[in-house]
Design a protein around this ligand. Structure first.
Ligand code: KG4
Ligand code: ZN
Length: 374
């Protein structure tokens, strides 16, 4: 299927996608949350440059992302990040086939920065503008490879488990331009659950990667958590989070019955003498409960769909235990893939890939951003 896009000034038609039959270079921006990113990608797969400026240090002191602060930081960094991406790619701006940006879901003020940057470039160079859905983009991270890596030839159909700070979904990718949602979380996203449990264990924001590290030295069988009873491809993590809270309270002496007290994260939890919180064992047991559920449901979705290819995507796909469990499926006849770690967390290369493979309806320059999944 050839997708046709108009240039904004001269109304020229530009064909985009694998069937268009010529080399296409897309420059994309990504500013949906707390990373300011720009990338240049050839034919949806080959990353010529990928620049990410993280705001983690700024938001750390607040214990989470502050939307207004994020938008302001994006504004300060975006020009520099785009310039660096262009320079590193070795491509001139007038050689770019199309410009793309994440239009949602995400923080509205933050999204507008990347969107307006890409739109402006599209106007100045009279090349099409393509709006990209952030979730589609995470899935497309599976198609990416860098210059000195082996060409990645991962192709649909596959079942993708998308696990990020804001979303947890099972998606059936029937073809390059058809991603079908078949299950999702009913409450917290996996990354959100990781970050909240990490806070309970006194780890700084964003706690996911630190909890992953801490879990590696703990006993994953010490505590058993019950799995939520939801639809066969759906998830729920809020009960698990509460179970961890109760467990921590049972060690630090805070009563079970009392509502959770506001925790002062800058000081230590009051410890009952001689009764240390077994943080490593709690981290490992939590990680085990999460990864077992994710694996079980994704595997069921793949089997029910008669698809023997499974992928991971999103920031939590960087998790060591989840990767280990999923890759062990290769011993049972499945082909398993996960993006390189730098393409799991938010980046613009995945946005360029998604623009190439499946963005199809958002070419108008008056396109709006959106905060939640439509
Ligand atoms: O995809 P992403 O960069 O941003 C969103 O679109 O949300 O994902 C960020 C999330 C955060 O919650 C972070 O704690 C989590 O991914 N994360 C991890 C790991 N690395 C990042 N969670 C668990 N283990 C990790 N190794
Ligand atoms: Zn993301």
């Amino acid at each position: 299927m050839i997708r046709k896009f108009k240039t904004p000034i001269s109304d020229n038609i530009v064909n985009i996608g694998p069937d268009a039959g010529y080399d296409q270079i897309i420059l994309a921006t990504e500013t949906s949350c707390d990373e300011t990113a720009a990338a240049v990608v050839l034919n949806g797969r080959h990353v010529l440059s990928n620049v990410v400026a993280s705001q983690i240090e700024t938001h750390k002191k607040y214990g989470g992302v502050v939307p207004e602060v994020a938008a302001r930081e994006h504004l300060e960094s975006i020009n520099m990040v785009v310039e660096e991406a262009v320079k590193k790619s070795g491509i001139k701006l007038n050689e770019i086939t199309a410009f793309a940006a994440t239009v949602g879901p995400g923080l509205v003020g933050a999204l507008l920065v990347g969107l307006n940057t890409a739109k402006s470039l599209s106007l100045v160079y009279d090349k099409p503008f393509l709006g990209v859905n952030h979730l589609n983009a995470h899935v497309c991270a599976n198609y990416l490879s860098s210059e000195n890596e082996n060409p990645n030839i991962w192709k649909p159909p596959f079942v993708c488990l998308l696990i990020s700070g804001g979303h947890t979904q099972i998606i059936r990718v029937n073809s390059y331009c058809n991603q079908e949602l078949i299950g999702e979380t009913l409450d917290d996203a996996v990354g959100e659950a990781y970050d909240k449990v990490a806070r309970l264990l006194k780890l700084p924001y964003p706690g996911g990667p630190l909890l992953d590290k801490m879990a590696q030295t703990g006993d994953k069988n010490r505590f058993k958590f019950t799995e939520a009873k939801v639809g066969e491809y759906d998830f729920s993590f809020s009960g698990l989070k509460t179970a961890v809270l109760r467990l921590v309270q049972s060690f630090d002496g805070t009563s079970y019955e009392k509502p959770p007290v506001p925790v002062d994260h800058s000081s230590s939890l009051p410890l009952r003498s001689g009764c240390e919180i077994p943080r490593e064992d709690i981290a490992a047991s939590f990680q085990e409960a999460v990864s077992v559920t994710l694996l079980k449901k994704t595997l069921k979705a793949a089997k029910d769909s008669n698809i023997n290819q499974i992928t991971l995507a999103g920031g939590v796909a960087a998790n060591s235990e989840i990767r280990k469990k999923f890759f062990s499926l290769e011993n049972t006849g499945f082909r398993v893939h996960a993006p390189a770690l730098k393409y799991c967390t938010d980046n613009a290369a995945m946005v360029a890939s998604s623009a190439y493979f499946l963005s199809n309806v958002m070419e108008e320059l008056d396109i709006e951003v959106f905060s939640r999944v439509k």
